[in-house]
Design a protein around this ligand. Structure first.
Ligand SMILES: Cc1cc2nc3c(=O)[nH]c(=O)nc-3n(C[C@H](O)[C@H](O)[C@H](O)COP(=O)(O)OP(=O)(O)OC[C@H]3O[C@@H](n4cnc5c(N)ncnc54)[C@H](O)[C@@H]3O)c2cc1C
Length: 328
């Protein structure tokens, strides 16, 4: 698929909403993009199509009034990119050289490619507890998730108890958000004080629908294939005592890890490890000709529609940058 003697105009790394949208725009601008869509690897959460491959229902992407299955949605994104002759390599990029142009990309199918411009769209993976029971209910879409904004309004949580796991600002945000639907909302935190900012803590501690369970970790997610999550087994880290709490869902708020390992520090990142954008309205990174789009460069919104929007911006930025450099 890749021709080592050809310098591509643009290579896109990643195949979530950001990567495929960048591909559609770049292809329609005659940039003939090459997309590295990734490949499942042992133990990794990264798969072609990105995070939406793990969700059964996307209800908030405009244009789908009845909602759409995440896998179907990503198949449609891919098909749309292919319609405009996007070329696709089913491999993970393992290494890049951004020290000189054209940039070089190496992948785990032993392919190498060169490009004048690169668009990085590799997403950010949610941090999970790592329990087998957590994984089982998560992939089945039966009550384990890392996104309250995405899944909180689902009927299974309405009027039911749920648990948020974590003690930072995002846990406080998720807990406060979930009080719109669920009751009570437990915040399970491993310490005896929260890490969140004072103002966020106060909002949570004053909310009568939220109950904090201190000094506790989840040792097992309880439930069955029919009902999904029905409860959590908690362990008090000080006393060692186990107890069960009844919930219909577990929302992880343990942060995200941006997928930037293959960059080996060649792009500037924020203090949270996201690719730093040089201008908040554009997708320029610290290396000229390299653009970053979607969750890998967005610690704030992390939604499919914002990722797709950034993908569009990245392709337009790349197109204009290439034109400015006489490459069209
Ligand atoms: C369970 C769940 C449910 C969600 N539900 C919703 C929802 O209902 N609505 C909503 O708006 N958002 C939802 N989100 C959030 C949404 O999925 C993300 O915001 C969106 O997918 C981000 O898009 P992205 O393209 O930036 O990254 P991702 O979707 O994460 O895609 C990144 C892609 O890059 C690839 N990749 C990574 N590293 C490499 C590499 N080295 N080489 C090649 N490829 C690589 C991965 O395989 C993947 O294909 C949900 C998230 C989760 C986890």
């Amino acid at each position: 698929m890749t021709d080592q003697n050809v310098v591509e105009k643009v290579i896109i790394i990643g195949s979530g909403p950001a990567g495929w949208t960048a591909a559609v725009y770049a292809a329609r601008a005659n940039l003939n993009p090459l997309v590295y869509e990734g490949q499942p690897t042992g133990g990794s959460e990264m798969i072609p199509g990105g995070q939406l491959m793990f969700t059964t229902e996307v209800e908030n992407y405009p244009g789908f009034p009845d909602g759409i299955d995440g896998q179907k949605m990503m198949a449609a994104f891919r098909k749309q990119a292919e319609r405009f002759d996007t070329r696709i390599v089913s491999a993970n990029v393992t290494r890049v050289d951004l020290s000189k142009r054209p940039f070089t990309v190496w992948a785990d199918d032993d392919s190498t490619a060169q490009a004048h411009a690169l668009i990085v769209a590799t997403g950010a993976s949610a941090n999970w507890l790592g329990l087998d029971s957590e994984h089982r209910f998560r992939v089945a879409g039966l009550g384990v998730t890392a996104c309250a904004t995405c899944d909180g309004a689902f009927p299974r949580y309405r009027g039911k108890p749920v648990a948020i796991i974590g003690g930072g600002d995002s846990a406080m945000e998720e807990a406060t958000y979930m009080t719109k639907f669920a009751n009570p909302v437990y915040v399970v935190h491993r310490r005896d004080q929260l890490r969140a900012s004072k103002i966020m803590q106060e909002r949570v501690l004053k909310n009568p629908k939220i109950k904090v369970i201190w000094d506790s970790v989840v040792s097992e997610v309880l439930g069955d294939n029919k009902n999904g999550v029905t409860g959590l087994r908690l362990k008090n880290v000080k006393s060692g005592q186990q107890s069960d709490v009844q919930v219909s869902g577990m929302f992880l708020a343990l942060g995200h890890t941006p997928n930037t390992g293959f960059l080996d520090g060649q792009l500037q990142t924020t203090d949270k490890g996201y690719i730093a954008l040089q201008d908040p309205y554009r997708t320029y990174t610290s290396v000229e000709g390299v653009f970053a789009v979607g969750d890998v460069a967005d610690s704030v919104y992390r939604q499919a529609v914002t990722a797709a929007g950034m993908g569009c911006k990245g392709a337009i930025d790349a197109e204009r940058w290439l034109a400015e450099h006489g490459i069209d």
